[in-house]
Design a protein around this ligand. Structure first.
Ligand SMILES: [Zn+2]
Length: 411
């Protein structure tokens, strides 16, 4: 991968972080025009190429995932791509031209997403990430970046040069092994899902050289963030990333900005709520174009301006999926409302999952959670969700790659 491409993406992103909203919109229009030749080579989009964005159809993720052959500009068939991703997962070599494919970790039960990237796209991604996540002065020092994630991430794995070293520590490894690996590597930067950061914080593990802490791949609540910051001495900043792209990140002021410099994110209102779901167009991805893809996350805009200077729109932390909104006679209850009700009582240290149905709900807690506390949390949840809530103290440790605290189980 070319270091000059990473640097170019880094520089472009740094400039975007201080550009006006108008300048970002102008940049998006320019990138949209430049994207059209790749769309013309993509079977699902070719008929629309050259037209305005709003003329393109909105596509659900399941439709994209049913035929990856229709959704790439490289002339690869669906079986070709699946074979390439399977081979990469089994430790096979990347394709000769540096093309890399892989499977994302989905929520448990959901189909996994396939992604395919070229070396230029990976360089772009890394340059953008470094510019978005770290202050410029951090790149003058040696940085050891530990990725405590579920799969070796091809987006990063080929960057071990100069001052930056990446180390993947599998999420499946037990906590004591993870602790030993962190001690040996002494990361300055750690990226992990919130449930792992909570476990490390609870066990008193704090890598001594750590300077920057990031979380991703599942929602984190305000209560959990405060607990981690208290124990680890660093507040984790959220990276909002999906198989469909790098959608946003928290700035140094702790606010979550959409990546409005490289994505066209339309917000589709979710009926009965103050929130939206994103319709995502990635203006940089050409090998596997993402155009008007309807995401499943439930987003709420944050009306307060951010002092950091980045004009990318600010949203509240993402705490759940549109598919996990609770419907009922008294109205729709959103994941942020449910999280606030339960964690207002349980705090960050007790594992829980709330499973809603139309006429009642169940609050599952870990066996070690004190029963009176669980019952108080259930009362708070019942008041918030306007339906009776029963308690079940049988919640096992999180087994899937992604934790789901709020679940809708009613057809
Ligand atoms: Zn900001």
């Amino acid at each position: 991968m070319s270091a000059s491409r990473i640097l170019a993406a880094w520089w472009r992103t740094r400039r975007a972080l201080s550009a006006s909203a108008e300048a970002l919109a102008h940049g998006r229009a320019r990138r949209w025009a430049a994207l059209q030749p790749a769309l013309a080579r993509t079977p699902a989009l070719a008929a629309y190429a050259g037209g305005a964005l709003e003329r393109f159809p909105v596509t659900d993720i399941a439709d994209l995932r049913s035929d990856y052959g229709a959704w790439n500009s490289l002339g690869l068939s669906d079986p070709d791509l699946r074979a390439l991703a399977d081979s990469a997962e089994a430790g096979g070599a990347a394709a000769a031209d540096g093309l890399s494919a892989g499977w994302s970790t989905g929520s448990s039960g959901a189909a996994r997403g396939l992604f395919v990237t070229t070396p230029a796209e990976r360089a772009e991604y890394i340059g953008q990430s470094l510019a978005r996540l770290l202050p410029a002065r951090a790149l003058l020092r040696r940085q050891r970046i530990a990725l405590n994630l579920s799969a070796g991430n091809a987006l990063y794995s080929d960057v071990n040069r100069g001052r930056i070293t990446f180390r993947h520590i599998p999420l499946a490894a037990p906590l004591d092994e993870t602790d030993a690996a962190l001690e040996a590597f002494a990361p300055t930067i750690l990226i992990a899902p919130p449930h792992r950061l909570l476990a490390l914080a609870g066990a008193g593990v704090r890598p001594s050289a750590l300077r920057h802490l990031f979380c991703g791949s599942e929602p984190i609540s305000a209560t959990e963030r405060a607990f981690i910051a208290d124990r680890l001495g660093l507040s984790p900043r959220a990276i909002y990333q999906a198989t469909e792209g790098f959608l946003g990140a928290e700035c140094a002021a702790g606010r979550l900005h959409l990546n409005d410099h490289v994505l066209e994110i339309e917000l589709e209102p979710v009926p009965g709520t103050p929130g939206f779901r994103p319709i995502i167009t990635d203006l940089m991805r050409t090998s596997q174009p993402i155009v008007r893809l309807r995401g499943d996350d439930y987003l709420e805009p944050d009306p307060h301006a951010c002092p950091c200077g980045f004009a990318g729109r600010v949203i509240r932390p993402v705490e759940g999926r549109v598919g996990d909104l609770w419907l009922g006679a008294a109205g729709t209850v959103t994941p942020p409302q449910i999280v606030a009700a339960v964690e207002g009582v349980l705090g960050a240290t007790h594992r829980w999952q709330a499973v809603g149905e139309r006429a009642h709900a169940m609050l599952r807690v870990a066996p070690e959670c004190p029963l009176p506390m669980a019952e108080a949390a259930a009362r708070a949840l019942a008041a918030c969700a306007a339906r009776p809530v029963t308690v079940s103290a049988d919640l096992p440790p999180w087994s899937g790659p992604k934790r789901r605290k709020v679940v809708w189980a009613d057809g």
